[in-house]
Design a protein around this ligand. Sequence first.
Ligand code: 8YV
Length: 317
Amino acid sequence: MKPRVLQLNPILIPSINDKLAALYEVHKLFETPDPGAWVREHGSTVDALITGGHTGVSRAMLEQLPRLRVVAVNGVGTDAVDLAYCRGRALPVTATLGALTEDVADLAIGLLIAACRNLCAGDRFVREGQWERHPQPGAIPLARRFSGMDVGIVGMGRVGRAVAVRAAAFGCTIRYTDLRAMDDVPHLFVPQLVELARDSDALVLCAAADQAEGIVDAAVLDALGPRGFLVNVARGRLVQESALAEALVAGRIAGAGLDVFVDEPRVPAALRQSDRTTLQAHRASATWETRTAMAEMVLDSLAQALAGQRPAMSLTT
Ligand code: 8YV
């Protein structure tokens, strides 16, 4: 009998879905009308679980899966999984470490340039026929130069470092904050986020959410100031979203490029309606290349765990 795999999110790569179906009896919980009832009835038959970084899995669900041998997170963030509980059960939790670094950093720079240069407003202006109606040069306000900006990186892990490499190529001065200074990072460490914000034209959030919930508050936004930009490619809950909305509406910061939100897919109206925001639907890792590499890592983790080995990408065992 094939091992039973419970899948909480769709995987968008057909060849990976074919491989999963060939090897396992896959149950797609996201297509199940009553997921809670399914887990109550069949939870004891599940050998492996696949979930997304943002989705994670609740402890209540894990408690209903006594036979589980691996939680394979198809993502790098494991903040939505109770790692301590999984450690206690000697249950491997794997992540796709390293697979999405370049794409997330690319999107961070893309959002930053889009925010500084008003790319979305420019696109709308042309698309809606406004250019023909208002051909004079001042019809769109002047933008801000990204090259050479002071960029503050919050969280100098894999993604933070990849953002730093890219920003350095644009001639930016880079400072960073994290839980501690890092010997192998050549940039200036600033222990206090509010100080980093004061010294930065743009703050780029790349930190894990576990220990950093709500760190971007009104004081940080005011320190960033009316010429400052915020980019978030990490987790929405790093930011106090209502404080961000207020700062944007009042022009207390210049703009924000956001791929992640507190309560996805719900995005506060103030953020959706603001001309100062550039928004994405949590898709920093959503390229064919990266999603294929991530899903291959998930397949490897399942194969290793179900063969009784410690998965190479395990964070808990
Ligand atoms: C993915 C993420 O969108 O890696 C993460 O932690 O949040 C995202 O890159 C998600 O995990 C895809 O399933």
